[in-house]
Structures are given as structure tokens and as C-alpha cells.
Ligand binder design. Structure first.
Ligand SMILES: [Zn+2]
Ligand SMILES: [Zn+2]
Length: 395
């Protein structure tokens, strides 16, 4: 089959690779019909994530048609499914609590040591996201093997277009959980840093949860315009001082909840790909937590801080004084995608959440390297790239 493979910094290629096969009775093989490039794929593209190997297949946002099932899969051939980016067994201690992104069984033991050493406990398995999260081939390909197919994938009813449901795989539940983690109360004012896909879904979700006002902060005019379309007031941090503007907009009180949908950006998750480097002191303080600091300082006393943005290491100059003295609460985490799928699919079907507005570019899988290039280098106009293995390569 054809698949988008990683070969090093800014070097991704569409190669011919072996077709995936059923390995475990709970597996299914999916023929991909749509797959998206994610902001977090750019961390791989930029070479910031350790334990990548040349030839690894990328992609963790995908959907398609079931073409093969293991003896214990509950899926049926011909069904259309969206697959969560988090791989979860459904039966461990954490899955039992619906904390699927903490699954203890989906990351094979020999890959667990790295994250266990870094974070005290091993990470769960993720599709297409390095060997420290299991080394699973991703879905930017013609076919993919889905482990625990009896737990993760959600079956899509006939008549619903791929583009309406594709983002159930990651960014929609991630934006939703970001708003949920902000414990929004009716009438609240919520400030969202970052109008990328997750931030934009957090804006929509915050309003659905009863926020009276959402203030969206970014510097890309197109992305701010999308936030405005969903009713947010917008703040361009290149034109105004964010703290001063937020105080003026909230009568000096500050937002009730703040959401950091930026995270570490592409700056310094890890110093480089050498594992030993992880332990080196040079690694300390390599995150770029400017947004997190600003959000904590701007948040009202007794307010809530939600962090869907990704961090991997240590944060320098964390304003613990402001956090404690103001009595703030923080919630964060990789998304428990499986937990949110039924409710969010309903919200899409009922027209409560719009997902298709985000897609700026559709292209063939064969053109994926170009997709990565423009998604990285033209962020204002390229809000989301969807790859379709069925499309012919652009001339
Ligand atoms: Zn993603
Ligand atoms: Zn589990």
C-alpha cells in the first residue's frame, strides 16, 4: 500500500510499504477514506519528538471502511468508522474510569520505559506518534491496523459525510474536553489562547456549555476571523497587551476560566532525538510556557485554568505564587477520546457543532508532503489539511 512515512526533519515521503495484517483477534483493518494532518504532527515533522525511526507511518486523525476483522472484533466489514487517536484496551484500571488516554495496556512494555522515566508512569499507545507511544503505524495511508477495535472506533451512520465526523478522531473531543476542564458555569467569561483547530472547537464548546462571552487570542487574522464567526470577541496579541486588554474587557476582574490551546508549540519538547538528552540538565526549562504564564496571571481570583496544549518536559518560571494566592484550579491531559465520541457524534448529527468550517485544503495522499509544507509555513491560510487516499495526485 501507499503511506506517508517519516525520514527525518522536514523529510516526509509517500512510499510503498507492506499492507497491515491482523495480528491480534481484537484487531480490524480499515481502508482509509479521509485523514487529517494535525498541529501535533508538525512536532514530528520538525524533528522534536524522540524515538522516531525512518520509515514510520504518520497520522492519528483518520476514518474509513472496515475491510477485515479479527475473530474478537465487534466491527463488521463495510462499516464506516472514525478511530480515536488514543489506543485503549477498555478493560484496565484507567479504562474502567473512562480515563482512556491513561490506558496501561496499549503501549507495549518495551516502549514504556521512556515515558515512565520522564513522567513517573508510562504513556498509553497513540497512532503514528513515535515509539515511546507504542510505535503504531498511523493512518496517513491507504490502510491501517486498529488494535482493540472492539473498544475505540465509533460506527458512523449512513448518509453523514466524512468531513462532518473526521475530527471526532482528535481535535473535536480535545476542544470539548478543554472546555469541560474549564468547569464553565452559565454566564462565564472564558479566554482561549490559540485559534488553531483545538482552540476553535474549544470556543464552540464553551458557548454550548453556557459561557456568556468567549475571548479568543491569536495573531493570525484568518484564524481570529473564524473564532469571531462562532461568536467570540477577538484579541490580536500583536496589536494589544493581552493582560491589559483582558482586564479592560472584564472590568478589572479577569476571565472566569482560561484555556491554553497553544502548549509548547514546536519549540523544544525535547532538546533533540538523543534519548540520553532527556535526562540532561540542559533539558530543564526548554518548554516555552509564555501562554501558560500569561493565562495564569490574567485569570480571575478563584478561576480555572484548562490546558489542552501539549507539554512534554519541565516548565520554567511557572507562576506558582499567582496560582496559589489566587486560588486557581488547573486541569489538563491527553484527551479521553472514547469517552466523548457518542455525545459528540450526536451533537454533529443534530447540527449543534459545525466541523467542516475548518477544512481549508483537501488533497491526495500522494500530495501529503506538500500538505505538511504548507500547513507548517502558511498557517494563516492553511487551517486544516485533509488527505484523501482515493484522490488522484495533483498535476
Ligand atoms: Zn491530532
Ligand atoms: Zn486500558
Amino acid at each position: 500500500m501507499r503511506a506517508l512515512t517519516w525520514h527525518g526533519k522536514h523529510d516526509v515521503r509517500v512510499d510503498t510499504v507492506p499492507d497491515p495484517e491482523i495480528i491480534n483477534p481484537r484487531d480490524a483493518i480499515i481502508r482509509i477514506t479521509s485523514t487529517a494532518i494535525c498541529g501535533s504532527d508538525l512536532h514530528l515533522y520538525d524533528g522534536y519528538i524522540p524515538t522516531m525511526k525512518a520509515g514510520d507511518i504518520l497520522g492519528h486523525e483518520f476514518m474509513g471502511e472496515v475491510v477485515e476483522t479479527g475473530a474478537r472484533s465487534t466491527l463488521k466489514k463495510g462499516q464506516r468508522v472514525v478511530v480515536p487517536f488514543v489506543i485503549a484496551c477498555g478493560s484496565c484500571y484507567f479504562c474502567g474510569k473512562h480515563q482512556y488516554s491513561a490506558c496501561d495496556n496499549s503501549n507495549p512494555a518495551d516502549n514504556q520505559d521512556i515515558s515512565e522515566e520522564l513522567w513517573g508512569h508510562p504513556a498509553s499507545g497513540l497512532f503514528g506518534y513515535s515509539h515511546m507511544t507504542g510505535g503504531y503505524p498511523g493512518g496517513q495511508a491507504e490502510y491501517v491496523r486498529v488494535p482493540f477495535s472492539d473498544v475505540g472506533p465509533i460506527v458512523i451512520p449512513d448518509g453523514i459525510d466524512d468531513e462532518k465526523v473526521l475530527f471526532l478522531s482528535d481535535i473535536l473531543p480535545t476542544g470539548w474536553m478543554a472546555a469541560e476542564n474549564a468547569d464553565i458555569e452559565p454566564g462565564d467569561t472564558v479566554a482561549v489562547w490559540g485559534c488553531g483547530p483545538v482552540g476553535l472547537f474549544a470556543v464552540q464548546s464553551a458557548f454550548l456549555m453556557g459561557a456568556a462571552r468567549v475571548i479568543a487570542i491569536d495573531h493570525f487574522p484568518n484564524r481570529l476571523a473564524l473564532a469571531k464567526k462562532f461568536g467570540a470577541e477577538i484579541l490580536n496579541y500583536e496589536d494589544s497587551k493581552v493582560y491589559d486588554a483582558l482586564m479592560e474587557m472584564t472590568g478589572g476582574i479577569g476571565p472566569d476560566a482560561v484555556i491554553d490551546a497553544v502548549g509548547l508549540e514546536s519549540h523544544g519538547l525535547f532538546a533533540d532525538n538523543v534519548l540520553d538528552q532527556i535526562k540532561a540538565t540542559a533539558f530543564l526549562g526548554t518548554e516555552r510556557p509564555h501562554v501558560l504564564r500569561q493565562a495564569i496571571i490574567a485569570c480571575r481570583k478563584g478561576g480555572r485554568v484548562s490546558v489542552p496544549g501539549v507539554y512534554g518536559g519541565f516548565v520554567d518560571k511557572f507562576p506558582m505564587g499567582a496560582f496559589m494566592e489566587k486560588g486557581l484550579t488547573m486541569k489538563t491531559g491527553q484527551t479521553h477520546v472514547q469517552h466523548y465520541l457518542p455525545g459528540l457524534l450526536n451533537a454533529i448529527v443534530e447540527g449543534k457543532i459545525d466541523t467542516t468550517f475548518l477544512i481549508s485544503h483537501r488533497m491526495a495522499l500522494e500530495d501529503a508532503p506538500h500538505g505538511y509544507d504548507i500547513f507548517k509555513n502558511k498557517q494563516d491560510e492553511v487551517t486544516k489539511v485533509v488527505l484523501k487516499p482515493g484522490l488522484a495526485k495533483a498535476a
